[in-house]
Write a protein that binds this ligand. Structure first.
Ligand SMILES: [Ca+2]
Ligand SMILES: [Ca+2]
Ligand SMILES: [Ca+2]
Ligand SMILES: [Ca+2]
Length: 442
């Protein structure tokens, strides 16, 4: 049996003591200030209306707002009054969560020669595919068959999907990432103005949803690593290659800069809203916790984008002990477990025959880290951007794919193995070649 190893808990969001701030889901959209007056009467101060634009969140019926309790002494009465107000759907605390990581462990490098599993003509390799990148190509056949997929598409900076990495930020001047960042062409950098009127000043490459500014720089390293997995520049004679050689990565920073990074319900809502409002087709979410949030669920589920969620690293069965956002089970999302070089479920990985959809390489993954460097990390955090990256290839090859078609191509393309049987819905590992072949356009 798998052991629960609590210290192997990479990106768990641990609920903290609530602040005096709450997220309120309204039944209607706000048209003017008077629509918010009842909050004041119930004892709350309106802080922020989250920017869930109707066109990008078509299924969201009303607005979501952040409020602050004005008088702590009357908290019980005020919360009671507001929760019974017919104009609101629900109210929940703006919780704080902490990011924890799987301890990195040294991995032996893959030194054996590769056995190509397709004819050379059907494979295409970049000049910077590191021998450490076993998840993309390996002699054991446990990889995602990236070279076979690259023969069809390597991703695209022009037609490819905008991919939001919702995480600790990204080192935007990393030499292997800077060319693959989304560019907000309607924003003039460094002039102190919000030129495109999207609510954020000088947001040229993404958004810091925690500190609410246009500089989503990574003080931690987790987000930079995830970004490189799905989209480090390929074939540039440098470092590593991403699943997509060319990409449009939109860094969305939801964590603060502390050594054990913290985030909050409100930062996550802001991040999901910004991503979809500014064109992200995909989001990659290598974080989570055991605590469900109705507002976060509502934000993801009502969005037109497609979302990838890490299953978590507690070696637990998510069917009996959910891990969110992976366990929301949304139609427009997939949850991802991790496998090691042998193709076996990683010792830390959560699983779930009903609630975890598929697996991807997640042990000893080599990718970009801050300082223009490279390093190895393990976790479902690493598995998740592998699947997001494959989705990026699929949408580069077929930009018109619906969420349903994308989901189906990813699930039907997996390579099943006996170790994953009964551990995930598909019992298999994501496979770029097979999923591309499912599109039928090759
Ligand atoms: Ca292979
Ligand atoms: Ca702006
Ligand atoms: Ca500007
Ligand atoms: Ca490279």
């Amino acid at each position: 049996m798998l052991k629960t190893v609590s210290q192997n808990n990479p990106t768990s969001l641990i609920s903290r003591s609530p602040k005096n701030q709450y997220v309120v889901s309204l039944k209607e959209r706000i048209n003017d200030k008077e629509d918010l007056q009842f909050l004041q009467q119930d004892g709350f101060r309106h802080i922020e209306t989250f920017a869930f634009n109707q066109q990008n969140f078509p299924a969201l019926q009303g607005d979501m707002v952040l409020v602050e309790l004005r008088d702590e002494a009357n908290a019980v009465q005020a919360l009671n009054d507001l929760s019974q107000d017919p104009r609101i759907r629900f109210i929940e605390p703006d919780r704080e969560f902490e990011l924890q990581e799987v301890p990195e462990y040294k991995s032996s490098l893959e030194s054996a020669g590769r056995v190509d599993d397709a004819s050379p003509a059907a494979r295409k390799k970049p000049n910077d595919l590191s021998a450490r990148q076993w998840g993309l190509d390996s002699s054991r056949g446990t990889d995602i068959d990236a070279p076979e997929a690259w023969a069809s598409t390597v991703g695209s900076r022009s037609d490819g999907p905008i991919i939001a990495v919702i995480d600790t930020g990204v080192e935007t001047d990393h030499p292997d990432l800077r060319d693959n960042l989304w560019v907000n062409s309607r924003e003039i950098p460094g002039n102190g103005r919000d030129d495109d009127g999207n609510g954020v000043i000088d947001d040229v490459h993404g958004f810091d949803a925690y500190f609410q500014d246009g500089e989503p720089e990574d003080a931690h390293g987790h987000g930079t690593h995830c970004a490189g997995i799905l989209g480090a520049t390929g074939n540039n004679r440098r470092g590593v290659t991403g699943v997509n050689w060319q990409a449009r990565i939109m860094p969305i920073k939801i964590f603060d800069n502390s050594a054990k990074p913290k985030t909050s319900t409100s930062a996550i809502l802001r991040g999901v809203a910004y991503a979809a409002n500014n064109g992200a087709r995909l989001t990659s979410n290598s974080w989570g916790s055991g605590g469900a949030s109705r507002s976060i669920r509502q934000a993801f589920s009502s969005s037109r984008a497609f979302h990838f969620m890490g299953a978590g690293n507690d070696s637990q069965d998510n069917d009996s002990k959910p891990f969110y956002p992976a366990s929301y089970g949304l139609n427009n999302s997939l949850s991802v477990a991790a496998v090691d070089k042998r193709g076996k479920l990683s010792s830390f990985s959560n699983f779930g025959e009903k609630s975890v959809d598929l697996a991807a390489p997640g042990s000893s993954i080599y990718s970009t880290v801050p300082g223009g460097r490279y390093g190895t990390k393990s976790g479902t955090s690493m598995a998740t951007p592998f699947v997001t990256g494959v989705a990026g290839l699929l949408l580069s090859a077929a930009p018109g794919l619906t969420n349903g078609q994308l989901r189906q191509a990813l699930l039907e393309g997996v390579v099943p193995n006996s170790d994953l049987a009964g551990k995930t819905v598909t019992g298999g590992v994501v496979n770029a070649k097979n999923s591309l072949a499912r599109l039928g356009g090759r």
